[in-house]
Design a protein around this ligand. Structure first.
Ligand code: AMP
Ligand code: ZN
Length: 113
């Protein structure tokens, strides 16, 4: 998707502060963090949102979620954190490329203020 911001980050056309990368995914710091730990885990495959995943994406989704918690363990230690996937309009999704927010480093209220 040539007009997708996160695809441009994957391609290296837009810089990011990389946290992790492999053949399937990229993790990088959110440009506008809302907590001391705030990074995004995204598939390299352009999937518009969680509402658009297909059955064949199930293994990829599992790997993304596993890596999100693996990276969170290193950065949030024993305190835990919050894993957020905003989807489409009512979910407040602003970038139409599936991403998992990993938030931590402070106590997070619920529901979010
Ligand atoms: P969402 O509202 O769930 O779609 O989240 C999109 C997130 O992408 C927001 O938290 C933004 O701060 C973040 N973001 C937007 N542009 C960039 C960028 N160039 N580098 C890193 N994060 C970004
Ligand atoms: Zn994309």
């Amino acid at each position: 998707m040539s007009d997708c911001l996160f695809c441009k980050i994957i391609a290296g056309d837009i810089p990011c502060k990389k946290v992790y990368e492999d053949d399937d995914m990229l993790a990088f710091h959110d440009i506008n963090p809302v907590s001391p730990v705030h990074f995004l885990v995204i598939p390299k495959k352009h999937i518009k949102s969680l509402m658009e995943v297909e059955n064949t994406d199930a293994a990829l989704l599992g790997r993304l979620l596993f890596k999100a918690q693996d990276l969170a363990k290193q950065r949030c230690e024993e305190r835990g954190g919050r894993f957020v996937i905003n989807a489409k309009r009512d979910g407040g999704q602003t970038v139409d490329h599936l991403h998992i927010h990993v938030l931590g480093g402070r106590s997070l209220s619920w529901p979010p203020g």
